[in-house]
Ligand binder design. Sequence first.
Ligand code: ZN
Length: 302
Amino acid sequence: MNIRKEASVLSAGVPDEGQLAAINAFTKSPLTAGEVYCFSVRLCDDLPDRDFERFDTAALPALAALFRGKTGIIDHEWSAERQIARIFDTDVCSDGAVTYLRAWCYMLRTEKNADLIAQIEGGIKKEVSVGCAMGRATCSVCGQDYGTCAHRKGERYDGQVCLAVLRDPVDAYEFSFVAVPAQREAGVLKAAEGGEAMTLTELVNKNGSPDLRDSLKALEKDALFGRSCRESLVNETVALGLLLDFGAEEELLRKAFSALSGEELTRLKAAMAKKSAALFPPGAILPNTNDHPAAMEAAFMI
Ligand SMILES: [Zn+2]
């Protein structure tokens, strides 16, 4: 599952010698301390957030490794021009009450970046959002995979608030300076970040790599095929319903059967086919099907 969270800039300034060496491991030609601007970001921690989710403390070191080398951008515009900062080092910090993942980033002191640097310096640009993919989430009440038990995050069980605990980091994505922190309290942060307010297609077309776009196309093709299979399955089950003469009209049967899941529909169709085979063995005289042409077809259906 893809996760996106808020984060914040911790400190900023000129890199020291060790940091500069780490930065230069990522650059084509060595940079001097005066050419780079260095800042740290608190990427995520193990405290519950307002989505009633928290990162598993044990997952933070693995996430730290995944975030190393990732880029920072403004407003999730995933184009080369916008990749303005890079994470050159990460570490996991703990102050007793909380364990958090800190990223050390650098950006070039260019004219283009001057405004942003001034905003970070002035404490104006300090809202950052980060994205990562986590392998699974577990329920904090019972420990089962979240969604497989009856507990719901945010609800209280014996005085304990249920949380989804995010585990098994799979990947880390870019981080982004957030342009509209003022809207955070309104709960529209995710939408503003191109999360929930976008369709999957819009999201992939805007931010996805060519590989992702290809894989979405393949999925769409499969979905189209799936839909046509489902339509045939509904048609066949309706035809069986008419043949078995439930006394309900075709429209009502279609409406009822369309509401079933694919698996339920398959099971129902199998049961009805069995019943119709028992009632109308091969060679038997078919019931009067003049009123129901679809039933006639169904009798010869394989
Ligand atoms: Zn549970």
